[in-house]
Design a protein around this ligand. Sequence first.
Ligand code: FAD
Length: 404
Amino acid sequence: SDSVVIIGAGHAAGQAVASLRQEGFEGTIVVIGEESVVPYQRPPLSKKFLAGEIGIDRVLFKPVDFYAKAEAEMILDTKVETVDTAAKKVVLEGGRTLDYGKLIFTTGGRVRKLACPGAELPGVNYLRTIADVEAIRAHFKPGAKLVIVGGGYIGLEVAAVAVKHDIDVTVLEMAPTVLGRVTCREVAEFFQRVHREEGVKILTDTALAGIEGTDHVTGVKTGTGDIIPADFVIAGIGILPNVELAQEAGITCNNGIVVDELCRTSDENVYAAGDCTFHPNPIYDVELRLESVHNALEQAKTAAAHICGKDKPYGQVPWFWSDQYDLKLQIAGLSQGYDDVVIRGDITGRSFAAFYMKDGRMIAVDAVNRAPEFMMSKMMLQKGQSAPAEKLADESIEMKDMLA
Ligand code: FAD
């Protein structure tokens, strides 16, 4: 049939609706989402929305009436339970069945849960949805003690917001530094310094042994047996891609739903976009799974275009951002495999860029309050250009003149 069914109503789904119509798709569009809200942006959930600085209206991806105008049926609060690729049908919770011509998986990811003793106690929170933020906000009282498990971007963003709400914040990190999996030591140490200056306690090389409490969290036990008092806990230890539905339908998965550069899966009528995909990146010649808004939007555009008969291969430099205090961190590229780091600016202040080099070429950048460095590097990476380390480090040379 001339219909597109989209499973999951997140960022990628919202963009897929918009792009299908922009590309001229005239058939029916149905989006099924298990959350009760139309597609929204998750980044503010650990930033301005958590801080109470913006409301839901500014978190939504598109206004509520966008979907009616786009003639897309939104079935919310409903889980898709099975997909039958031979019959081209999906079965929803409650038994309703929908036929599809093309199917798009935009099922995203779900939080990885703690597995230690006490993990199920009330007061243990995660952060992925608006509902999660509401649960966390209920604990936001001045003087309350918060232990954040995991010093990744989300954990650190939450720490920054919470400490500004006069919450006593401790971050527990197993590795020798926070952000260990994603940044170099210099940048990790920069963030540790700033957080400590702002009043956040950071415990690195510290394992989590268990959550203490009888009917509610009272503390967190570390690997060495110390107990850190806590009124609530937020764990930010990563996500698991929602691949089970696709996997059960016989679609090839491998740390994500496997797609090609046109977002096609192993089934010719099925596409996937966003956090749930394992996809090729031609610039870095790798296959990977990304958790970023840019990736979700671009893959959704690519899938929609292909459904409308157009090839718009997705092959861009990955990019991401994180806001903590007055720091705007912007990241472009993939730093894996770097052999040198070049710092531009004063890393002991609050504005600098760290360029990741490999065999003398720039492969990625972390820019803190340095929009020009971020923009120019992203463009250079996209074009396969680089500049020598001495030049990148030299602030007397403007970024726009790097290639001159
Ligand atoms: P999701 O947003 O995960 O949406 C998938 C939806 O599908 C979910 O609502 C899920 O419930 C639903 N679903 C799954 N299975 C089913 C089913 N069987 N039936 C029905 N519905 C289903 N990215 C950045 O680039 N910059 C940032 O600063 C940034 N900050 C972030 C902060 C937080 C707190 C979080 C959680 C994420 C952040 N991200 C950030 C990541 C970004 O939000 C994700 O990359 C993006 O949301 C991915 O969109 P998606 O549509 O692929 O998946």
